[in-house]
Design a binder for this molecule. Sequence first.
Ligand SMILES: N[C@@H](CCC(=O)N[C@@H](CS)C(=O)NCC(=O)O)C(=O)O
Length: 212
Amino acid sequence: MVFGTIYTRNPNPRTTAILAVAKAQGLSLDITYHDRDDPKSHQELLKVNPLGQVPVFRGSDGYGSTQQEYYSVIRWMSFANGDLLPAIGGIILPVIRQPIDVRMDDQDCLRVLRRDCQLMEEQLQKSRYLVGDQLTLADLFTVAMLQGAYVLLHQVLKPAYPRLTEWVNEVFAMPMFQSIAGPLHELNLPVPALLGIEKRPRGLSNGSGSTS
Ligand SMILES: N[C@@H](CCC(=O)N[C@@H](CS)C(=O)NCC(=O)O)C(=O)O
């Protein structure tokens, strides 16, 4: 029986170890290769991952609901850690004159931040929290990642992502969170703005919010 499907590109460094372990374990995997330069192929990938990133794994026999929730929590935390926070850091660390290991282009970071906020906005319109209607670690972790963005970019984020903002405020209102994170201050420092026409984002097909 096929264990599941891996959606990836060829080659892709994040996929190599997965395929090696699957092979060593005798697990049969379907592999679907996507081409980011082929719009049809890219649209298919967006159906399984709205960020347009690979690899994506989809199990063929489904998960028990508890396991599915567990993987969804991990997926959101990985998104916050690997995608969202580097974009936020690339924008705000230079503003607050903190060191950054690899200097990033603030326009690219703003585009990624917009895309990621749009993704969360859409999810939070479907469910009260990131994973269903119960608070999970994914909410606490992701809101913590967003704190700096809301402190410095609140003028952009609040009108553009109302549901996201409501959820951030709800988590910040929780005493167990606020006792560690402190209150959500708003600073009005000069911050970079997204300029010009947005490049086609690799993720969400319907754009990443309006430019500012
Ligand atoms: N946090 C994700 C990140 C996945 C990721 O960024 N994948 C890269 C390829 S290694 C990607 O698809 N980037 C978008 C692109 O290449 O268009 C993970 O660890 O799986």
